[in-house]
Design a binder for this molecule. Structure first.
Ligand SMILES: Cc1ncc(COP(=O)(O)O)c(C=O)c1O
Length: 396
């Protein structure tokens, strides 16, 4: 029997592939500091659980393919009140997380051999979403020295060729924390429009910018409606990753019509979770301020601890809740395996090894992505472990 060449080209996620080894280490009594995955420990607002508790329909039935009205209204109201963006019915489709929104966009846009431009390092699941419909990521290299900035017209245009269908950006960025300035966002939108491309903006980290600047969305820029596709989600915004509720937004009705073919085939996103996700949109601004402050403390703690470890390099990220770090090892994957299977002590650390965050061969081998989603005490504990582990690993 044979498998598809497309699935053959995909890899397991660097964020999750070590999970079986971590479970075994945990069973053996080891504490695991999970810096590999953006699954925050911050409590989900109680509105979510209250909505779940008060759900009393006799039957948990299918909902509409575009999503439940209560959830769509909550999303549209958030865009209106917080961002000044008016969305109409039909311009918003509820999805099973931002992940499904990305998957739908990739399948609606890409044919065999098509390319999508993406700044690298990028969220590694993009590779899978793009590869399954037959596409490939055309990487736009960035460097830590340059703050991972990528919105330079000539650089973006140099990646465009006859196979290019779209540009995909994460703003604020995972894994780099790079946040586009207003001018940079305008450049990305202009390039997309001038070259007749879609700009897929993954804005699931919108709330997490640490310099006090107002919330931003590409949707706030007028004149780009036909080119723009937005991916959004409750996962990070409300620390509700397990809800699996997101949204796909576009004012391009032809795109939304094609997206709906997929949506009707997959029937609907989770019914009860959409109701609870709608309740999340009732939390007040104070919640976001508290959460932002907390992530900022975590970021500062992690960066200062990492920068004090000999041979480790990292930059201060501006947004989201990740950073890329270079470690004094030849292969981060091997180091991770050693940390989970051979490293002695009562605790160990998980990270996401860097190579799959790049499409350019050979890049990222000695890099890791770290998520500052655990509290400052835990981050300090993790950094103690990492520092000792690097010393022992390099003295083997
Ligand atoms: C950049 C980015 N986009 C999308 C997602 C998908 O999130 P979800 O499917 O939980 O909404 C993630 C998750 O980590 C992410 O980092």
């Amino acid at each position: 029997m044979k498998f598809s060449s497309k699935i053959d080209r995909c890899q397991l996620s660097p964020i999750r592939k070590f999970a079986p080894y971590a479970r075994a280490a945990e069973k053996a009594g080891k504490k695991i500091y999970s810096l590999n995955i953006g699954n925050p420990d911050i409590a989900t607002p109680s509105a979510y659980k209250e909505a779940l508790r008060s759900y009393d329909a006799a039957t948990v039935g299918y909902g509409p393919s575009e999503g439940l009205e209560v959830y769509l209204n909550a999303v549209m109201s958030y865009y209106d009140v917080k961002l000044g963006v008016k969305l109409e019915k039909g311009e918003v489709i509820a999805t099973t997380g931002g992940s499904e929104a990305l998957c739908i966009a990739a399948n609606a846009l890409l044919d065999e051999g098509d390319e999508i431009i993406c700044p690298e390092p990028f969220y590694p699941n993009y590779s899978t979403f793009v590869t399954i419909p037959g596409g490939r990521i055309c990487p736009m290299p960035t460097t830590p020295e340059n703050g991972y900035r990528y919105a330079v017209r000539e650089h973006v245009e140099a990646c465009i060729n006859e196979h290019t269908k779209a540009i995909l950006v994460t703003n604020p960025g995972n894994p780099t924390g790079c946040v586009l300035t207003e001018e940079e966002m305008r450049i990305m939108l202009d390039v997309a429009k001038e070259h007749d491309l879609f700009l897929v903006c993954d804005e699931v980290y919108r709330e997490f910018v640490y310099d006090g600047s107002p919330l931003r969305s590409a949707l706030q820029y007028e004149g780009y409606d036909q080119n723009l596709i937005i991916v959004d989600s409750v996962s990070k915004r409300f620390s509700a990753c397990g809800a699996r509720v997101g949204v796909l937004i576009s004012k391009n009705m032809e795109f939304m019509h094609h997206a709906m073919k997929w949506c009707q085939a997959r029937l609907c996103p989770p019914t009860v979770d959409q109701i609870a996700a709608a309740a999340l949109y009732t939390v007040d601004e104070h919640y976001f301020e508290m959460v932002r402050e907390e992530y900022k403390r975590r970021r500062d703690t992690m960066v200062s601890r990492l920068q004090a470890i000999p041979g480790v390099q990292c930059k201060m990220p501006d947004g989201a809740f990740y950073l890329m770090a270079t470690l004094p090892v030849d292969d981060a994957d091997k180091f991770q395996m050693w940390l989970l299977t051979e490293f002695e002590g009562d605790a160990t650390v998980m990270f996401a090894s860097g190579e799959p965050f790049y499409a350019t061969p050979g890049k990222g081998k000695n890099e890791v992505r770290l998520a500052y989603v655990i509290n400052c005490d835990a981050i300090n504990g993790a950094m103690d472990v990492l520092e000792r582990a690097l010393r022992e690993y390099n003295n083997k």
